[in-house]
Design a protein around this ligand. Structure first.
Ligand SMILES: NC(=O)C1=CN([C@@H]2O[C@H](COP(=O)(O)OP(=O)(O)OC[C@H]3O[C@@H](n4cnc5c(N)ncnc54)[C@H](O)[C@@H]3O)[C@@H](O)[C@H]2O)C=CC1
Ligand SMILES: O=C(O)CCC(=O)C(=O)O
Length: 444
């Protein structure tokens, strides 16, 4: 049996009932086969893949808090510190009822390679809780965040592990968590990123994941003889990533015609009105029905359906496994030329394979959405030097990082005879640096 197959079997046996983690491990290890085969003796002796697929450590803890009726509620908190061979653990905190250990492990595993691709010194980690901020009062969210941080603060620090936002964790939640960290630990340090601008946050971090997605997509299209300008784009989701992806797509001359949330989706043939979307989602925290009610050109549909709309470019920006094989077939049938993942692992393995077989340019999330964590690393740099950079300075560094990521993964794919396979390219380019650092640091 090949080394990759042995390790995949081991991952499944050792981590039962964690399908998302199995899926991420399969995607990465299968596409690393040519690299592993070229170095098999060394990697086997080093047990490199066994070490890479086993988190350094994982924390699971009780998060009790009191709701507005005086009732005690109990959630489960997680932090998985996956790999710190190239820098302190770095990765977001997801607050969503679906969160479990397997989901946090898939996200933490992906983060290792994504963070390596940024070219910045950050290792991979992820955390979160099954707490649902939806429908909770600000006081309830604060109570949860304070309780969550009361435990998490034992394991994190500016040079150890630096969490940030993800689904359900935005500026409000980061603020409450930062306040509690400071109160308990008594230090003022860059322990979280995505902070507010008045207390150490970086300009452009809010926009970074969505903007970065478009910078990479534009470069991928350009290098394949296409122009983003004039293209019709379908976006899914309507959170942080989706909003700023839509905004940047419009700035670059494309037209985004869809967005979605967990209950429905909007088709707006005149182009999504970003100011209205921000008002509905960021200010009112309301459903997309409110967007459709205020916008005469928009149609609202219940359920899923974004990928049935004819588009040139598809940007899944909601959550994992939201673009299925049938969706991929519909995109291909409608002439879609590119898919770039704003979310983490939004495309199933079967759908990815179908898109690639049908010559759709496919940029995987660990490359395409790396602008968020890259800008978080820029926030860490600013915190360390006690300075703040301008929006333009951060945005231009972000743009450079995203263009570089594309060329690095394009080169890596070519080096291993997989030209145009950006999934393989991203995994290989991300893996090479981490593998070298792990071997250089000995058995640890
Ligand atoms: N915020 C960031 O900087 C980064 C986020 N990501 C990824 O991007 C994705 C979106 O994250 P954010 O925009 O930050 O979160 P968010 O909480 O701001 O928005 C999430 C969006 O996804 C939608 N959504 C959630 N579950 C859904 C479901 N089952 N079906 C349809 N829609 C659903 C929500 O309605 C919301 O519109 C996630 O996969 C996250 O891991 C990746 C890199 C960085
Ligand atoms: O900004 C960060 O540290 C993490 C962003 C994130 O969670 C991700 O890249 O998926």
């Amino acid at each position: 049996m090949s080394y990759v197959d042995e390790v995949l079997e081991r991952v499944i046996a050792k981590n039962p009932a964690e399908p998302e983690f199995h899926q991420a491990a399969k995607e990465v290890l299968n596409s690393l086969r040519p690299v592993i085969e070229a170095n098999e003796e060394l990697y086997r002796k080093e047990a490199l893949l066994e070490r890479l697929t086993e988190p350094d450590r994982q924390f699971k803890f009780r998060v009790p808090w009191v709701d507005d009726k005086g009732q005690v509620q109990v959630n489960t908190g997680y932090r998985v510190q996956f790999n710190n061979s190239i820098g302190p653990y770095k990765g977001g905190l997801r607050l969503h009822p679906s969160v479990n250990l397997g989901i946090i492990k898939f996200l933490g595993f992906e983060q290792i390679f994504k963070n390596s691709l940024t070219g910045l010194p950050i290792g991979g980690g992820k955390g979160g809780s099954d707490f649902d901020p939806k429908g909770k009062s600000d006081r309830e969210v604060m109570a949860f965040c304070q309780s969550f941080m009361t435990e998490l603060c034992k394991y994190i620090g500016a040079d150890t592990d630096v969490p940030a936002g993800d689904i359900g964790t935005g500026a409000r939640e980061i603020g409450y968590m930062f306040g509690q960290f400071k109160k308990i630990r008594g230090t003022y340090e860059g322990v979280l990123t995505g902070k507010g601008l008045s207390y150490g946050g970086s300009l452009a971090r809010t926009e970074a994941t969505g903007y970065g997605l478009l910078y990479l997509t534009e470069e991928m299209l350009k290098c394949n003889g296409h122009d983003l300008k004039g293209k019709t784009v379908c976006v899914s989701g309507s959170g942080n990533v989706a909003i700023y992806a839509t905004q940047k797509a419009h700035q670059l001359g494309a037209k985004v015609v869809t967005v979605s949330d967990s209950t429905g989706w909007v088709y707006d043939p005149e182009g999504i009105d970003v100011a209205l979307l921000k008002e509905v989602k960021e200010v009112k925290r309301a459903r997309l029905t409110e967007y459709a009610a205020a916008r005469p050109s928009a149609e609202y549909h219940e359920g899923r359906g974004v990928w049935t709309v004819k588009c040139d470019v598809a940007l899944p920006c909601a959550t994992q496994n939201e673009l299925l094989l049938d969706d991929a077939k519909a995109l291909v049938a409608n002439g879609c030329i590119a898919v770039a993942e704003g979310a983490n692992m939004p495309t199933t393995l079967e759908a990815t394979e179908y898109l690639q077989q049908n010559k759709v340019l496919f940029a995987p999330g660990k490359a395409a959405n790396a602008g968020g964590v890259a800008t978080s690393a820029l926030e860490m740099s600013q915190n360390s030097e006690r300075l703040s950079w301008t929006f333009e300075e951060v945005d231009s560094k972000l743009q450079g990082i995203m263009v570089n990521i594309f060329h690095n993964l394009d080169d890596a794919a070519k080096r291993y005879g997989k030209e145009g396979d950006y999934v393989a390219g991203a995994n290989i380019a991300g893996f090479e640096k981490v593998a070298e650092a792990m071997i250089a640091q000995g058995v640890c």
